[in-house]
Design a protein around this ligand. Structure first.
Ligand code: SAM
Length: 286
C-alpha cells in the first residue's frame, strides 16, 4: 500500500531516529521533510498543504532509498546534490568537494582587500570544484570576470552549470586542466583552495568526508604541501602589477606556506583566521 505524504514523513522520521545518527526528533523530522520534498521536486512547505496526497510507487521507492542513504551516513548535501555557500545555491556532483563554511574566509578577505576598487578585475580560481569561490566573488563584484580551473572535467562541468544557474555565465569561464598549465594573461586576484590533507591522514578523516568527498579534492601529498610548492612559484607570472593571491591552508600549515611565499619574494604576506581562530587563509602580493 502506498503511503500518504504524512505517513511517509513519519516513516522517515522514525527510521532516522532509530538509526545510529543520534538525531533529535526535530532534526530527524527536518531531514525527512527535506528528502521527501526533494523526491517530489517541491518546496518543503508543499508537504503541509498536501499531507493526504498518496505517493506513487516510484516516489515511495526513491524516498526509501534516500532515507537508507541518510542512515548510512551520507551527508544531506550529497544526497540532495546541493549546498548553500555564501548564501547562494550550488549544485554538487561526485567530482566536487562539498564546500565548507571555512572557505568563506577567502571571500571575506578578498572583499575587504578590494574595498573601494571599482574598475574591472580579472580573477583566477585554481581547483575550482563547484565554482563556489569564483562565482561568489563574481556575484559580489559586478565589474569582475574570471576563470576557474579544475583537473576534473566533471567538476569543471558542474561549475559551469552553477555559473548558468546563478546567471553569471557571461563573466565566468571554466576549463579542465592541471593548475596553471593552460593559462596565459594576467589576473588581479588569484584564489585557491587546493587539496591540503597529508595522504596518510585521509583514511582517518570522518567518514562523511573520507567516503563522500573526492580524493582528488583532499590529497595534498606526503605533507599536504605539494600544491603550494607547485603553485606558488607560478603565481608571479600570472599576476598583474598590483595583483594578489589568497590561498586557503590547513590550520597547521601557515608557517610552511608563508615560507614558500617568502622564498618566492612575495610581499605583505599575511595570515587570516577562521571563526574558530585557526589560521585559514594566506594573502600575498607581488
Ligand atoms: C579542496 S577542493 C576545493 C574546491 C572548491 N574550490 C571549494 O573551495 O570548495 C580542491 C580542488 O582542486 C582540484 N584539483 C586537484 N588537483 C588539481 C590540479 N592538478 N589542477 C587543477 N585542479 C586540481 C580538485 O579536483 C578539487 O576540485
Amino acid at each position: 500500500m502506498n503511503l500518504t505524504l504524512e505517513q511517509a514523513l513519519s516513516f522517515g522520521q522514525e527510521t532516522l531516529l532509530a538509526s545510529s545518527l543520534e538525531l533529535s526528533p526535530a532534526e530527524a523530522f527536518k531531514k525527512a521533510r527535506l528528502l521527501l520534498a526533494h523526491v517530489l521536486k517541491k518546496d518543503p512547505s508543499y508537504l503541509y498543504g498536501f499531507s493526504e496526497r498518496v505517493l506513487s510507487a516510484q516516489e515511495q521507492t526513491l524516498f526509501k532509498d534516500l532515507i537508507l542513504k541518510a542512515i548510512q551516513g551520507m551527508p544531506l548535501s550529497r544526497i540532495l546534490e546541493q549546498r548553500e555557500f555564501w548564501s547562494l545555491p550550488f549544485s554538487l556532483n561526485v567530482a566536487t568537494l562539498d564546500p565548507r563554511p571555512d572557505s568563506e574566509v577567502i571571500l571575506d578577505v578578498a572583499l575587504n582587500l578590494l574595498k573601494g576598487h571599482n574598475t574591472s578585475l580579472r580573477i583566477l580560481d585554481l581547483g575550482t570544484g563547484s565554482g563556489c569561490l569564483l562565482l561568489s566573488l563574481l556575484h559580489m563584484l559586478p565589474n569582475a570576470e574570471g576563470v576557474g580551473v579544475d583537473l576534473s572535467f566533471k567538476a569543471a562541468l558542474c561549475a559551469r552549470q552553477n555559473a548558468f544557474n546563478l546567471d553569471l555565465s557571461q563573466r565566468a569561464s571554466f576549463i579542465q586542466g592541471s593548475w596553471t598549465e593552460a593559462l596565459s594573461g594576467k589576473f588581479d586576484l588569484i584564489v585557491s583552495n587546493p587539496p591540503y590533507i597529508p595522504t596518510s591522514e585521509i583514511p582517518h578523516l570522518d567518514p562523511s568526508v573520507r567516503l563522500f568527498d573526492p580524493f582528488l579534492a583532499l590529497d595534498g601529498g606526503i605533507d599536504g604541501l605539494d600544491p603550494y610548492r607547485n603553485l606558488i612559484p607560478k603565481f608571479k607570472d600570472l599576476l598583474s602589477p598590483k595583483g594578489f593571491v589568497l590561498v586557503e591552508i590547513g590550520s597547521t600549515q601557515s608557517f610552511d606556506v608563508e615560507k614558500i611565499f617568502q622564498a618566492e619574494n612575495f610581499q605583505n604576506i599575511m595570515c587570516y583566521q577562521d571563526i574558530e581562530r585557526r589560521p585559514r587563509v594566506i594573502s600575498a602580493y607581488v
